[in-house]
Design a protein. Sequence first.
Length: 283
Amino acid sequence: MPASTSSAGRTDAPTLLVQLTDTHLMARADSVMHNVNTDACLRAVLDLVRINRHRPDLLLATGDLTQDGSPEAYQRLRSVLEQADWPVRCLPGNHDDPQALRQAMGLWAQPVTDIGAWRIILLDSTVPGSNAGHIDDAQFDLLEQAAALAGDRHVLIALHHNPVLIQSDYTDTMMVDNAQELFQRLAAIPRARILLWGHVHQAFDRRRHHLRMLATPSTCFQFAIRDGKYVVDDSPPGYRWLKLYRDGSLATGVRRLNIATWHDILAAHREPLATPTPPMPAP
């Protein structure tokens, strides 16, 4: 199974990961969704990473990298991330075209990466023609084989769809539909430490036995659940940072654009340019 290795610096230094998710780029760079230019938001969030002096040993982009699956959007995303000069790994979400993504991203789409004392395993939870998530047998095989060959490394698993309810009073038809099987498999991997996802456009942090379960805000518009429905929330975009230590522990947090920067982006793109604001999309 292919894996690449990157150094996290000193042997006692933690590995720094940055997660970006749900960038929702479109074929044209001036396209707008929900009065948000997703390209402008991505650039602003990347600037925030630099301002915070977070130079990641690995950047994880966890799906819905595009809204329309267009080759133009993937090429533009790759160009922007190449300028940052950070190692990158990415996986598809329900709005992506997995084949187009892998073609554009090349080695960035490989599913297993060793870095520092950790093995990073990326699972494809997409279902063709559906917004829901599912882990199929091939992905479970990937998970188990990669974990079995991890040696004494700790394991972080990333996917796009949420495997747990974000709010208990909301019936989520777009989460992983076989999450119980996923958790059964993870229970058999004692060095599995982190389960990380996007999709929900909001922060989430909870423990489940030996797992830390984390979700991250989108780099563009955010969602909240109110009165049993997903609605667009006015919280600023952001990213998640994770420091992964050699003993299997971690420190993590979410950083968001400041309100003034966020309002400036909204004001600059208040009227749709290339794409009319669509009805409420799937996360």
